[in-house]
Design a protein around this ligand. Structure first.
Ligand SMILES: N[C@@H](CCC(=O)N[C@@H](CS)C(=O)NCC(=O)O)C(=O)O
Length: 202
């Protein structure tokens, strides 16, 4: 059994869960909650960065981050299933990096609100992160919002980024990016794991 260190709302964990479902590995993965703030050597002994997702393999090795885990799962499935070959490979990996970057910036904005007292917030830094999200969405809409096509790591990551913006940033992206809205609707129809892994705000 593979063990996925996880937390319910993590968009990066969602990437892994969707990929596992597509590849038919969902039953081989035990999802175990991890507290990323816990200083005890629980998650930290598996990933010194203390981040999730972290995947613990059957031989005790651990893998992180989400892109590495998706690459591993693809290889486990024989290769070429969610990471295409040829130039398409770089197109997919670049989209994955773009969507991961959107998630990183969106997550930092959440952490800013959660951890930093109001009087210590720096608006310039907040705007800097928001601009990354905006530029990332603009490029995703211009280049990657074509419905259909084989489901690859880039599409999985983009869907998770948009889902996270819905969950934590009130879905504000929807009004300015109608083609991405249509793309996500199509993705949700094609990939049932997207709905299955949806988190309802607490
Ligand atoms: N690049 C990493 C990012 C993972 C990440 O930032 N995970 C967040 C939760 S969504 C986390 O573990 N945060 C805890 C921390 O930064 O200490 C990946 O793709 O897996």
């Amino acid at each position: 059994m593979l063990v996925l260190r996880s937390s319910g709302a993590s968009p990066f964990v969602r990437k892994v869960r969707i990929a596992a479902d597509i590849l038919g590995f969902a039953d081989r993965i035990q999802v175990v909650e991890a507290d990323t703030m816990n200083p005890a050597p629980d998650l930290l002994s598996q990933n010194p960065l203390g981040k999730i997702p972290t995947l613990v393999l059957e031989n005790g090795e651990t893998l992180y981050d989400s892109a590495v885990i998706l690459d591993y799962l693809d290889a486990l499935a024989g290769g070429g299933a969610i990471i295409p070959q040829g130039w398409s490979r770089y197109d997919a990996l670049r989209l994955e990096a773009l969507a991961d970057g959107i998630m990183d910036a969106a997550l930092l904005l959440v952490y800013e609100g959660r951890w930093r007292p109001e009087e210590h917030r720096v608006q310039k830094w907040v705007d800097h992160q928001k601009a990354k999200v905006e530029r990332g969405l603009d490029v995703a809409q211009a280049r990657h919002a074509k419905p259909g096509g084989p489901t690859h790591v880039g599409q999985i990551a983009l869907a998770c980024a948009l889902g996270y913006l819905d969950l934590r940033h009130e879905g504000r992206w929807r009004q300015s990016h109608p083609k991405l809205v249509a793309w996500l609707d199509d993705f949700a129809k094609r990939v049932p794991a997207f709905e299955k892994t949806k988190v309802v705000p607490a």
